[in-house]
Design a protein around this ligand. Structure first.
Ligand code: FES
Length: 376
């Protein structure tokens, strides 16, 4: 799925999103005013403590949702929620999920896996959540969260949407299948060919296996290929790009950033391709370099870390409890002041300046020795 990063236009006229809640200039100005006047991001945040006296479940900017079901699926869980208020969504969009765990709020962003009709007709959304070792949401789900429990939902956002007027190829890797489930389940008819390749390690790890067969029966123009990479060799991305070009199709990718980059390169080599690449990615690509990072806590304590990975990963390896939310470059909760040194944005490849500026710890890696002033 989440940040103020603009969609990235790649050299191949691709359209890529790291799940960004769009904000107008007016909204940004209002937030800035609220920060100045109320020292809060919104007026609602300012009055939140008062409202909570009357309504303890109130959280500014969120609406409550009831857990209806937690169903284990391969290496994850399907979470069915009933929002209290009027939530709206477009297939392919993501939502901020907030849970309360051991007295602390934990926020993550998930693409909505269910259809628009399910929300409109039954007031229900589903999130498919991959289990992560030591993941806080995974622990919460594993801990036996029961139907009836309350969670909170923030803004629904994102521009990863199906353009039905052209043929489409969809490539999903792992949990990247969720927006495609929502898109395809939301269709009432299909007038252009759609070919979905769903990459999983093993066939039995595919999510919603029965539903794909059902959808193919419903839409004769839809084909779904569940591609188990441990049983078949990895797909030839250049060949896929050629097939996409031959069909004059658009390409939709949801998976690791590296997958998008490889497909972007393969398509760039096909000058006759007229389509568009739409992508939503997770995880950054590391440069493989190792640099020293100095973290300075608010109390003035200095800790040094060196190695590969994002600044957030390096901080955590040192036992520093840096603030984070989505871990995908979306929510901005991990933003800290870089005092000096250069970092690379792992999602966009963009290099920072060498001077002081704000950086996102979760998607920034050090290119030179770097000093970071932490917010904790
Ligand atoms: S932007 Fe969400 S944790 Fe970094």
């Amino acid at each position: 799925m989440l940040q103020q990063l603009d969609p990235i236009a790649s050299p191949t006229d691709s359209i890529s999103h790291q799940r960004s809640p769009e904000q107008s200039v007016v909204q940004r100005l209002w937030r800035a005013c609220c920060k100045t006047v109320f020292v809060q991001s919104s007026f609602r945040s300012f009055i939140e403590p008062l409202v909570r006296l009357i309504s303890p479940g109130y959280l500014a900017g969120f609406q409550r949702a009831k857990v209806l079901m937690v169903q284990p699926i391969a290496s994850g869980y399907l979470l069915r929620l009933k929002p209290h208020g009027g939530l709206t969504m477009l297939p392919g969009q993501h939502v901020q999920l907030r849970i309360e765990q051991a007295g602390r709020f934990v926020d993550r962003f998930f693409t909505i896996a269910s259809s628009q009709q399910q929300l409109q007709q039954a007031g229900i959304i589903e999130l498919a959540i991959r289990q992560k070792p030591q993941g806080q949401i995974s622990e919460w789900l594993k801990g036996g969260i029961t139907p009836g429990a309350d969670v909170w939902l923030g803004d629904v956002a994102g521009q990863f949407q199906l353009h039905q007027e052209r043929p489409a190829w969809m490539i999903a890797a792992g949990s990247g299948i969720t927006p495609f489930r929502s898109m395809l389940q939301s269709l009432s008819r299909l007038t252009q060919p759609v070919h979905l390749i769903y990459l999983v390690k093993q066939a039995d790890q595919a999510w919603f296996a029965d539903e794909w067969t059902e959808l193919c029966r419903k839409f004769p123009l839809l084909t779904v290929d569940i591609w188990a990479t441990q049983q078949r060799s990895r797909p030839d991305l250049e060949q896929i790009a050629q097939q996409v070009a031959a069909m004059h199709a658009d390409l939709y990718v949801c998976g690791p950033n590296a997958l998008r980059q490889q497909l972007t390169q393969a398509l760039a080599a096909l000058p006759h391709w007229q389509g568009k690449l739409f992508s939503e990615t997770f995880g950054g690509s590391s440069s493989g370099d190792s640099q020293t990072v100095e973290f300075i806590s608010r109390a003035g304590q200095n800790l040094q870390a060196s190695g590969q990975g994002s600044l957030l990963q390096l901080a955590e390896q040192q036992g520093i409890a840096a603030k984070f939310g989505c871990r995908r470059g979306v929510c901005m909760q991990c933003v800290c002041q870089k005092q000096h040194g250069q970092v690379r944005n792992q999602l966009t490849g963009e290099l920072s300046s060498f001077g002081p500026e704000l950086v996102q710890l979760c998607v920034s890696e050090a290119v030179t020795p770097v000093t970071i002033q932490l917010s904790v």
